[in-house]
Ligand binder design. Structure first.
Ligand SMILES: Nc1ncnc2c1ncn2[C@@H]1O[C@H](COP(=O)(O)OP(=O)(O)OP(=O)(O)O)[C@@H](O)[C@H]1O
Length: 340
């Protein structure tokens, strides 16, 4: 597979590929927009360095799709500034469209056409000659591992294949910024991993990726930087590790002697935890704690002081799930929720 031919972006510096300043969008419903207003995005700032993956992470209704739709020039912001590759998106949306690729627009162009025909058509819509369009379509079909299905009608494709074809459509014009709205929602773990690999390859060629996701492991795996949004505002931003360090809660798993009094264990653990202890089905206990191994020592001491024998105490490191929960009050999607 041609590792370095997929994106062929010309952004090699670490300058910003995308900048948002004070971007806002309010939806107005009712006749002539005179009904209730809904603020979907409010005063959003974002800086995405060239050649990196930036994930917008948030629960349902957080404002992720609205944000990327504005960057993709599919929706006009009411306020603020969006600069893509040095171009003001509100003033020059056509020029921005020339340098971006957007997912979700190509997979279902025509289900009766083959994957190859679909891609060739997309390339022709971008102005490539039929010959160049064919060559580019074949090249991407190889790179996206779709060769065996390339000459079958699209309607026979699995969800994962459609998603890969859609990604091919998004990169066919060699964009410098690729915008992917929930690129793996609904895919099984294998399909999800394939898309992650493709995104990794895109970025290794210098392309910048802005993606939205509700999956923590996706942001954790792919993103150089994560912006957590909820209710249209930024709750936090940083690398996965820095978010975990700042907002994540460590957990302590404790095993006590089987004959121990439940109420006493609860009391002893409550004294050292940062939240209520929970007794799991297998009889072990779990409790959120301030990060650090001292919590395990503190648990043993507290249990001993209450006359409870502690058999084991292990501190687990903070996960992005606890970050998500503490910032948005919602649990993230696990990825197993919505397999096709
Ligand atoms: N066309 C619209 N008219 C009115 N309200 C809208 C419209 N589109 C989105 N909204 C509302 O704006 C808010 C942000 O929606 P958006 O689709 O951007 O969120 P999201 O983070 O992408 O959520 P999801 O993960 O569910 O797609 C939500 O409360 C949504 O109901």
């Amino acid at each position: 597979m041609g590792r370095h031919s997929m994106g062929e972006a010309d952004t090699t510096s670490q300058s910003d590929a995308l900048t948002l300043r004070g971007v806002g969008k309010t939806y107005r419903s009712g006749l002539l927009g005179r009904g209730p207003e809904h603020v979907a995005v409010a005063g959003l700032d974002l800086d995405v360095a060239a050649g990196t993956v930036h994930a917008l992470l948030g629960p349902n209704g957080a404002g992720k799709t609205t944000t990327v739709s504005m960057v993709a020039t599919l929706l006009a912001p009411d306020a603020g500034q969006i600069i893509v590759g040095g171009i003001d998106a509100r003033r020059h949306p056509d020029r921005v469209r020339d340098i971006i690729g957007v997912s979700g627009q190509y997979a279902a162009v025509d289900g009766n056409l083959t994957g190859f025909e679909n891609l060739r058509m997309v390339a022709q819509l971008y102005g490539h000659s039929r010959r160049d369009a064919s060559a580019r379509a074949r090249e991407l079909i190889d790179e996206l591992d779709l060769s065996t299905a390339a000459d079958r009608p699209m309607r026979t494709y699995s969800g994962g294949m459609r998603r890969r074809l859609d990604l091919a459509g998004a990169v066919i014009n060699r964009p410098t910024l690729v915008i992917l709205d929930e690129p793996t929602t609904g895919l099984d773990p294998r399909g999800r991993r394939q898309i992650w690999e493709l995104i990794g390859r895109l970025v290794s060629t210098g392309t910048t990726v802005l993606l939205t996701t509700q999956y923590l492991e996706e942001a954790d795996e792919l993103a150089d930087q994560i912006t957590v949004i909820d209710g249209g505002v930024v709750k936090a931003r940083g690398t996965a590790d820095s978010l975990k360090a700042r907002f994540g809660e460590a957990g302590l798993q404790v095993e006590v002697a089987p004959e121990s009094c439940t109420a006493t264990v609860r009391t002893a653990l409550a004294e050292i935890g940062t939240g209520p202890p929970a007794r799991l089905d297998d009889g072990t206990w779990e409790i959120p704690v301030a990060a650090g191994t001292r919590s395990a020592v503190a648990a043993v001491q507290s249990l001993n002081a209450h006359g409870v024998e502690c058999l084991d105490a292990i501190v687990s490191t903070p996960t992005l799930d606890s970050v998500f929960l503490s910032l948005t009050g919602a649990h993230a999607r696990s990825g197993a929720d919505d397999v096709l």
